[in-house]
Structures are given as structure tokens and as C-alpha cells.
Design a protein around this ligand. Sequence first.
Ligand SMILES: [Zn+2]
Length: 247
Amino acid sequence: MTTERLDWADPTLREWDAAVLSADPEVGIVLDRSAFYPGGGGQPPDHGVLLWQGVQTRIVGTRKGDDLYLIPAEGDPLPPPGAAVRGAVEDGRRTTLMRTHSGLHVLCGVVFRDFGALVTGGNMDVDPTSAPMLGVARMDFNLPEVPSDFKSRIEELVNAEVRRDRKIVDRVLPRDEALAIPDIIRTQTNLVPADATEVRIVDVVGLDVQADGGTHVASTAQIGRVEVTKVESKGRANRRVRIRVVD
Ligand SMILES: [Zn+2]
């Protein structure tokens, strides 16, 4: 991977200068430095634009291969290799996804702490029908028994943690040190690649520590209000919790 990840260094960064390393209409555009979140861990990739010589290239997705490829909108002109570009990440979408992702970690922390359940899967997106933009997400838990008031209780518990304004910090640790943290792997299957020598940790301080590659808000109060919209049974022990993040 030749692209420097600016999204990890500063998740609030929305505009930056970069140089084009390669550009191919089939494969995508590679920059020397990029704040586009490339997708992963349930968080979809960013959208945005590249501006160069008075021309705009819309970026509608990413592709991870041997490099981090930015996917241009169909028909948009491509900046030539070597070109200086101004990159910009679409703020509404990214900020909504950051709040939603952090909201999922609070949910994960609360359900583990108070119900002892591990996560089996999760996903998030922006609701394309909402204006202003809202984040929607689901998380699956291994939880054979649920109390009858589970839905309202977890909503109350999650929003109590949001109001406590817990700090959310990330750090990169050597693999052994990271995996030695109790409960670090909240998903039932270990998602840390076997060959990873370092592991990025996202810590909702005092509530939840996870190996995670996503972008997050700086403290839980920035999430906003979390609505638990549905709790569904998906299989004998699997409970799917759907949330919506509102202001
Ligand atoms: Zn996460």
C-alpha cells in the first residue's frame, strides 16, 4: 500500500493536497496521500471529489487491492499521473458514518457489559431517504435469552453512555500487546489478520475496547441520540439490533 492514510491520522480532515500516482479508468486512481476511508469493518467507503486544473473528478467508492484505488464517477475525466489535486471528502456522509460507527461501539459495549453477549456481525450506512442525513446500522449478538424490555433498556443504556461524553481514542499496538487486552476481540470470530504485526485499537474509554479500522467521533456526546428501531430474532441465539442515529 503506497497511499498514506490521512483518515487515520485525523478523522476530522475533509480537504488536503495530494499527487496522483496512477490513474486508470478500469482500476481507479491512486494518490500519494488520501483521507478517503476505504471501507471495512462494516463502515462503507467515503464519497467526495478531486479538484485539479479547474476540473472535478467525483469519487463514488474505493477498491482495495495491492493499493488503495479511488473509483471515479462514470464519465468523469481522470487526472493524469503526476497531477497535483485537492481532495475533499463529502462531510455529511462521512460525519454521519463516524457518529453511527461510534454509536455501534457504544451499543456493543453496553450489550457486552450488561447482557454478556458477543457480536456476531454488523453493518452501517446512511439512510438515502432521510433529510438531513441519518445513519442506520444493525448489529447481531449471540444472545439466546432476551428480557421482554430489551429494546427500551438498551436504548436507555446506550443514550446514558452518550450523555456521559466518554472519550473515544485510537492507538496502534504491537499484535501481542493488543491481543492481551481482555475482551479485545468482541466479535466471535477473530478478525485480526494472522500476518498483522500491529493492531489498531479503538477505545470508548471505560466502556469498550476493540480492534478496529474505522473512523470515529472524539467523544460519545458527538454521536447524538441513538434510537433502537427494532430487535429481531435471526436464528436460535442470534438477535439483530437495528439503530438509527439522530440529532
Ligand atoms: Zn467498529
